[in-house]
Design a protein around this ligand. Structure first.
Ligand code: DX5
Ligand code: ZN
Length: 220
């Protein structure tokens, strides 16, 4: 049976009760903490930065998955390693020398991830697929939580899965944006290994039950 990993996005948490929401994730069936870092340049929004990440590092007891939506991410690789990131994803569209950036992330002891915008083809990653630990396929335009899922994502997940198999790679496929109980199973069936869910989890009345439900419907 396939164990699809669930990564609640802390962007949708209640920052006035951050510790409570982090503990909820610790106590739930979730697998990863998904942390969105936005610079107001690469994406039209600013999220949160280092002081908040220090709090997350202090309380999170599971894998910390940092998604950098920033230009020139090489400047901050060491910083995020010291803030406890286990997976560090940079955007394909923000890197001039992606191979070098991936090596620099791994040299700091982190798993190296590449996120791609909805307009970026997965075929562009084939030459580097054996160097990438996680590909994060954006299923919304990055910058905001609570947007609607882009349906063409299923096709991208399948295409990427074929590339991974063809190259005998062990890369994980993560899908980020608009994930709910309506699309989670189909994404897992298409080949997704990690599903990020922000608003769907945090807007729910029973957040832990919502995570457990996502876990259940994606165990295929
Ligand atoms: C979007 C972020 C996502 C976002 C997901 O730019 O990268 O991780 O937090 O939130 P939902 O699940 O609400 O689309
Ligand atoms: Zn994200």
């Amino acid at each position: 049976m396939k164990n699809t990993l669930i990564a609640p996005s802390v962007l949708a948490a209640d920052f006035g009760n951050l510790q409570r929401d982090l503990e909820m994730i610790n106590n739930s069936e979730a697998d990863w903490f998904h942390i969105d870092i936005m610079d107001g340049v690469f994406v039209p929004n600013i999220s949160y930065g280092m002081p908040v990440l220090e709090t997350i590092q202090k309380h999170a007891k599971k894998t910390i998955d940092v998604h950098l939506m920033i230009i020139d991410p090489d400047r901050y690789i060491k910083t995020f390693a010291s803030l406890g990131a286990n997976v560090l994803s940079v955007h394909y569209e923000a890197c001039n020398h992606l191979h070098r950036t991936l090596q620099a992330i791994k040299a700091e002891g982190m798993k190296a991830g590449v996120a791609i915008n909805p307009h970026t083809s997965v075929t562009l990653l084939e030459d580097l697929i054996n160097d990438i630990d996680v590909v994060c396929i954006m299923s919304v335009n990055p910058g905001f939580g609570g947007q609607s899922f882009i349906e063409s994502t299923y096709k991208k997940v399948k295409q990427l899965k074929e590339i991974i198999i063809r190259n005998n790679a062990s890369t994980l496929i993560e899908v980020d944006g608009g994930v709910t109980n309506k699309n989670a199973k189909q994404l897992a069936e298409a080949g997704a290994d990690v599903l990020v869910a922000g608003s769907y989890v945090f807007k729910a009345e029973d957040q832990m039950a919502t995570i457990a439900d996502l876990k259940k419907i994606t165990s295929i």
